[in-house]
Design a protein around this ligand. Structure first.
Ligand code: RIB
Ligand code: CA
Length: 310
């Protein structure tokens, strides 16, 4: 049977890298391209981190350089979460690799038309590249089979502010464009990561016992994230938001509950910047525009993670 075709948009830091491995190592998936976006780390670092991770997996997917900053705001990074290099600051040789030539937004649009109705978009960072592509060619919204987004929080407990998740907070204007685009959207929020994708110290040891370079890499690069979890988010280990979003993109049975709601992004307020409001009761009487995963299986996620790393 034909392989499924994925395009991955990522601000490649330590959890993104593990999500990339899960896609690269899956025999049923062809990653037709990656677009890098500024977010966790400045753009060029995200590019180098993605190139390093692809090399580790002997993946040949083209990696294109995308937006260096949000549509209309200054870039806010999360180097305090993932490390200055985004990969745990463990001294990996993360420089000197060359991305594919061509602009990521142009290449994304090209790929969507080439694989119309089949291509599955998975976004792991701010939505700047996707918004730019939609502004350049609104027709892509209907040509994309589905767009799985790691972003927002269905329980409204944010990781950047009380109400905002990082990817949505970085570029709220981009979120607004994507939510109004008519694209088939499926959100896996940081609430799912916080509750079902925390890798405990015991599970880290189990992963290391797999003995592969990918497995050790996937744990080693979470060094700074683990410290952030211990001190800030108070999670027992480190959480992997992008990998559980990728696991869901690969196999929707990772989700044990999901809802079809109307979502809207806050772009005006400073206090609630990047909040993704979810109309759970339908009181706004707007057409639902997204599927939101509200419960998931830690066991299913871990078994898919182990399969990718063994
Ligand atoms: O809020 C978590 C998200 O922000 C993840 O994608 C992480 O990599 C960062 O980009
Ligand atoms: Ca990310």
């Amino acid at each position: 049977p034909m392989k499924r075709k994925f395009w991955i948009d990522t601000d490649t830091a330590s959890d993104d890298a593990v999500a990339l491995i899960m896609a690269f190592m899956n025999p049923d998936i062809e990653v037709v391209g990656l677009s890098i976006v500024a977010g966790n780390v400045p753009l060029d670092m995200g590019v180098q981190n993605a190139l390093y991770t692809a090399e580790l997996c002997a993946a040949t997917a083209p990696i294109y350089v995308g937006a260096a900053k949000p549509l209309s705001r200054d870039l806010g990074t999360a180097q305090f979460v993932h490390g200055e290099d985004g990969m745990g600051d463990i001294g990996l040789p993360l420089s000197g690799r060359t991305p594919a030539s061509g602009n990521a937004v142009d290449k994304l649009i090209e790929a969507i038309h080439l694989h119309a109705d089949h291509i599955e978009l998975v976004t792991l960072g701010p939505l700047t590249n996707i918004a730019l592509a939609l502004q350049q060619d609104p027709s892509i919204a209907k040509a994309v089979k589905r767009c799985v987004i790691m972003g927002a929080v269905a329980d409204h407990i944010g990781n950047v502010t009380q109400v905002a998740e990082f990817n949505m907070w970085v570029d709220p204007e981009a979120v607004d464009i994507v939510l109004r685009s008519g694209m088939h959207l499926e959100f896996v929020g940081w609430d799912i990561s916080r509750t079902e994708a925390v890798v405990t110290p015991q599970e880290s040891a189990m992963i290391r016992s797999l003995g592969t370079e990918r497995a050790n890499f996937s744990v080693d690069i979470q060094r700074v994230l683990e410290k952030f979890c211990a001190e800030e988010t108070h999670l027992n280990g480190f959480d992997l938001p992008d990998p559980i979003a990728m696991a869901y993109a690969i196999d929707t049975s990772v989700a044990t509950e999901a809802h079809h709601w109307y979502l809207a992004a806050e772009t005006g307020s400073a206090l609630t910047r990047g909040m993704v409001v979810m109309d759970t009761l339908g009181v706004m009487h707007q057409e639902p525009n997204a599927i939101v995963v509200t419960r998931a299986s830690h066991e299913k996620f871990m078994s898919m993670l182990v399969d990718a790393l063994r």
